[in-house]
Design a protein. Sequence first.
Length: 416
Amino acid sequence: MSSVSTAKTAPPQFDVEAVRRDFPTLSQQVNGKPLVYLDNGASSQRPEAVLLAMDRYYREMHSNVHRGAHTLGDRATNAFESAREKVQKFLNAPSSRQIIWTRGATEAINLVANGLTEKLKPGDEILLSQMEHHANIVPWQILAERTGAKVVPIGVTPEGELDRESFHCLLGERTRILAFNHVSNALGTINPVADMVAKAKAQGVITLIDGAQAVPHFQVDVQALDCDFYVFSAHKMFGPTGIGILYGKADLLEAMPPWQGGGEMIERVSFAGTTYNTLPYKFEAGTPAVAEAVGLGAAIDYLASLDRGAMEAAENALLRRANDLVASVPGMTVVGTAANKVPVMSFTIEGLHPSDIGTLLDQQGIAVRTGHHCAMPLMEFYEIPGTARASFAFYNTLEEVEQLFTALRKIQSRFA
Ligand SMILES: Cc1ncc(COP(=O)(O)O)c(C=O)c1O
């Protein structure tokens, strides 16, 4: 009886040492010290499975896709389209037609902002949040300049949560678009996407969710969220650089004009006029990043091979340990203490510039990001130039958290 109840309540086990062996980059020395890689929010590392899938693609099946009347062309096309289906399942999208390859989250947001030009008129409002990455601010500012619409920021609480009151006040008759991140890159806050999307939809507002920092940490279901668009980059979720995803509702994608012209995106070209290809190809001009798509598919397979519940529990344990150790570093302040967070710790230390913290940590083999994290309006809100940010992934260990804090104590006592 007791063993049954223990089994039910015991936290799921996650073999972090086994997982680390899958990531060749992690087992190296940097500046004479074992690498402690805590810059996963900027870009994560890739498992061997991704490297092998891309290598195999180039060795055995590379050709251009959708064109060659030959075996290699078929192999490349099959690998490319099967990767698209993996992304569809990964996001639980209704159809692979709704999965558009882009160069990354940034390009996906630009594509949507460009495609929605006709939906806006002067005086309309685009609602963003104050905790957006510049990638989810600037494309909307460009759209606003082009159409006479206005970008309006939703406020943030001192803890780094979206201010619900500000959101409710600002979501109004003029709002046409609501765009915000699922997870803040600078703070780690997980935003209440489904709830906010439901409120926006009740007013006929188009919604875009920037999932760049969400997909590396937890499973996402775009149908459950009911957002109109969802974007992410492969390189933050253990896949290659240079490729990302735009998911969109089919009716909106159908109604949007093409974004770039060229091969692949056409049905028929003549000097009398051109007709466009169907989804998703309408938005995919030119030769795509085939090996990168294959690599992203392999990253999805890799994530699917892990126990996601155990992985999330392990990540939460990293954040808990880091939170417990903050008090051991005099003058350390955590920026962003939301109740619902992924394992990201942004911080300042009195008397030390964030970039000096980064350099001194690097000397001890510890990689963190410092600066404004492409979230200048958020730094303005906190009235700081920037922070140092430790962003953890499932392959980080509790010992690495300890090492970070040992190093911070050393730095603080010597230099602050
Ligand atoms: C929340 C968020 N959105 C968008 C981006 C942009 O991603 P990319 O540079 O891969 O297009 C980032 C990158 O840091 C991010 O953290």
